[in-house]
Design a protein around this ligand. Sequence first.
Ligand SMILES: NC(=O)c1ccc[n+]([C@@H]2O[C@H](COP(=O)([O-])OP(=O)(O)OC[C@H]3O[C@@H](n4cnc5c(N)ncnc54)[C@H](O)[C@@H]3O)[C@@H](O)[C@H]2O)c1
Length: 421
Amino acid sequence: MQKQFSVSIIGCGSRGCDVYGRLFSQQPERFHIAALCDIRPERLERFGKLYNTRQLFTDEEEFFRERRSDALVIATQDRDHVRMCLRALQLGYTVLLEKPVTPDKAQLKELLAAAERSAGKVLVCHVLRYAPAFVRAKRILESGAIGDLVLIDALEQVAYWHQAHSFVRGNWRNEEETSPMLLAKCCHDLDLLQYYAGSAADKVYSTGGLTFFHRGNHPADAAERCAECRYLHTCAYSAERLYIERWKAQGMPKDGWPYNVIALAPNTEESLRAAYENGPYGRCVFCCDNDVVDHQTVSVSFANGVKAQLTMTAFTERCGRRYTFHGTLGELQLDETRDLLLLAPFGGKQERWRISDLVAAARSQGHGGGDTGTVAAFYDLLCGKEREETMLERSAESHFIAYAAERSRRAGIAVDMANER
Ligand SMILES: NC(=O)c1ccc[n+]([C@@H]2O[C@H](COP(=O)([O-])OP(=O)(O)OC[C@H]3O[C@@H](n4cnc5c(N)ncnc54)[C@H](O)[C@@H]3O)[C@@H](O)[C@H]2O)c1
C-alpha cells in the first residue's frame, strides 16, 4: 500500500491549483490536499469545493502561523517565492517551489544557505527535466549515438499570442513586478542546456530587447483598448481574436489555459468577453506597462568545451522548443512544433519518435509530460527517495546563468562565470 501525504498549496492560480492541485486530486492514494492559501477568495472557494479542502486562508501570515501538512507547494509569483520558502523551511515542510526561484541573486544565495542549514528539502519545478522526450534526448546523448557533443542550437518559440498574453498584458510583463523574460520563460532552457552539456557554464554573452510591443508602434487611429478599436477583427494581437476566436477554434474549452487565467472557469463566451472588455487582457499590446524583451539570444561556453546558442523569440506562429544537438558523429533534433525527436547518425539509419507517443507511453501530461513527472519526483522526495535533478542546489545554476546573461545583455559585455555564483 502506498503512503499518503498531506499537501498544502499557497498561490492557487494556474500552476498551484489548475496544474498541481488537479494532479494531486487525481492521485488520492498518494496525496490529500489539506489547506489552500490565496489572496483571491473566489479561487479558494472554487478549489476548496473541488478538492474538498476546508482549511482556506486569504492571509499568508495566518497560513504560516503553524504547519498545515507534510508538504507545501509554493506557486505564488516570482518575487514572493523566497520569502515564503524561508518560512516553509522553518516550519519543516518539504517544498515544491515554482520556478524561477527568484529574480534576485542575493535572495537565491540566502535561500541556498537556509536550505543547507535546514532539514527541509526544496524541489524546484524545472518540469522539463521529467518530460519524456527531453529525458530521452539526454539518454541518446549519453549513449554516444552522435559522438561527442559539440554544439547545442536551442530555439524557444514563445508564439505571438503567448507573448501578448503573458509578457505584454499579463503577469510577466514588467520586470519590477516579476522577472526578466529570460528567467521567466527560459530558466528551463538554461537548466537543460547545462544538463545536456554535462558541464558548468564558463562564459555567457547575450543580446536582445523590446522592439515591437511599445507605444512607438501604436497606430495613430487605433484605440487603447481592443473593445473600442477599429482593428478589433483584423489586428493579430486583438483580444477578441486571441480570447474569443481562438477559443472557439479550439472547441470552446470550459477550463483551459490561457482562458481560465483571464476569467474564472467554467468559461463561456460572455465571461471571456466581459473579462477582456473590462480587465487588463483587453489593453492594446502597444499601450501596456510592459518592459520585458520580445527577443533575446544567449551564447554559453561550457567548461568542457561544449557551446550552446539559445534564441528566444515572441515572433513565431506556434509555441514550442526546437533543440538541435550537433555531435561529431551525428545530429539529434527535438522539435516540439513538429512533434518529433529525430536521431540522424552521419551516414547511418535515422530513427524517429513522435514526442506525443513518448508522453502517452509515460502516461504523462502538461509541459510535454513534465508536470506529471515533477509530481512523481515530489512524491519520491516525500518518501525519502531524493532525485537530484531539480533539487534547489542543482537548479541554482540555471539562475546564475540567467543573471549573468541579463548583465551581459545590458552592459554589452561577455560575462565570465567564475565570479557569478
Ligand atoms: N513550471 C513552469 O513551467 C511554470 C509555468 C508557468 C508559470 N510558472 C511559475 O509559477 C508561478 C505561478 O504562476 P501562475 O501562472 O500560477 O500565476 P497565477 O497568477 O495564476 O497564480 C498565482 C496565484 O498566487 C496568488 N497570490 C498572490 N499573492 C499571494 C499571497 N501573498 N499569498 C497567497 N497567494 C497569493 C494569486 O492570487 C494567484 O492566484 C510563477 O512563479 C510562475 O513564474 C511556472
